[in-house]
Design a protein. Structure first.
Length: 122
């Protein structure tokens, strides 16, 4: 017969294997949330919104997208990361894009298409 002490390492190993299998779930598994990095999202969205403004998009339209994006980020990462990282990155990128010379017509088409995608984002 086996003693209880000899069964413990096998049980610990089984628990570790089960835990690592759960940690390696694919991102598209039901219930999995995508990774959100506030600084990267803020920079990306600020660039889109800044270019859209530079291309003549109405300020009200950009403000509506900005408000919706901020609410999504609040729900995703919380108030602290939204205010300290996302909004600062977004503001910096937006200011940079609006301070540059006007984009080319092709860049404006891309910027306005990206603005539309942000408007339709869930």
């Amino acid at each position: 017969m086996r003693s209880a002490a000899s069964c413990v390492p096998g049980l610990v190993l089984a628990i570790l294997v089960a835990g690592s299998a759960r940690a390696q779930m694919p991102a598209d598994a039901p219930g999995a949330r995508p990774l959100v990095i506030p600084q990267i999202e803020g920079e990306r969205q600020g660039k889109i919104l800044g270019r859209a403004l530079a291309c003549g998009a109405p300020r009200e339209r950009v403000d509506a997208v900005l408000k919706a994006s901020r609410e999504r980020m609040l729900a995703s990462v919380g108030r602290a990361l939204t205010e300290e990282r996302y909004m600062l990155s977004l503001d910096d990128a937006l200011r940079l894009e609006t301070s540059l010379p006007a984009p080319s017509p092709q860049a404006c088409e891309k910027a306005l298409a990206a603005l539309e995608r942000l408007e339709k984002a869930p």
